[in-house]
Write a protein that binds this ligand. Sequence first.
Ligand code: ZN
Length: 335
Amino acid sequence: MELKQQNYLPDQLLSADARSLHKLIPEPTLFHLPGKQPEPLFISVLLHGNETTGFLALQKLLNKYAGQELPRALSIFFGNTEAASSGIRRLEAQPDFNRIWPGTEIPRCQETDMAAEIVDIMQNKQVFASIDIHNNTGINPHYACVNKLDNQFLQLANLFGRLIVYFIRPKGVQCGAFAEICPAVTLECGKPDQRYGLEHAFQYLDSCIHLGTINQNPVNPKNIDIYHTVAQVKIRSGVKFGFEQTDVEFILDKDIERMNFTEICAGTQFGLLTDSTKMPLTVINEKGESVTDQFFSIVDNRLQIVKNTMPSMLTLNTTVIEQDCMCYLMEKIKR
Ligand SMILES: [Zn+2]
């Protein structure tokens, strides 16, 4: 897979929908558009094919400036348009396009080479900042993620809102790779198809292309809540799970997504088990160590959390749980 680069956008892009985009952009493609300030803002969209808000917000931005000079050069990466044509995160045979970037733990492949090439190209262009735009499948507030607790990163994230998540795992994410060369954020814009998510992301991009510099002062602690992702929770492969079915080993509570960004107490239940001797989850801390027992226990046939924590990205979508994870667990950073 050779990286495609273009210096102009296909005309129909300004009116295309995410499902038909594949006809215009059949392969992952990096577009470079000139602007008044030459160091480009890098924006990636559709790394996950079903997360359309970033594409729609970008399209709105491009429509706004159609026929005009952009305030700043833009480099835009359209990721998995093939998965987008089917409305899914990724195809079964593909790697996750937000796990292929330098620093990744997946084996080298065409996609990891492509991602490394993009980072090199953007470094040579003296990239101004990087924004990667995603959606959640569960009920979550909007928030920005950073991989460095650096003033410029936090300033860029705070432009999106007061809620910020800091993490260093999973590895191989876009914003982790760009964090090595410029201020970088990931936006999580709620569920796809929500008008407010599109507006919020559009306003954010429009603000960012007007920035002359990124503030280097600390963000006022009154304006910011930073949570640190301390663990990733997965369901062990081979464990049959579901929300309603009675023929599975692990029945998850139907209202788990209400716990997202909520402080939950030790003893809070996540689901029921048919075999109380078999832990269905595996929990990995940010060093990559297994810490399952520090977070979960089985009491009678109930799966419970062991200590006070705050989950994020809990979802009822079983495919996302299988392809990504069940949730992340966070702690508030006191500043
Ligand atoms: Zn995503």
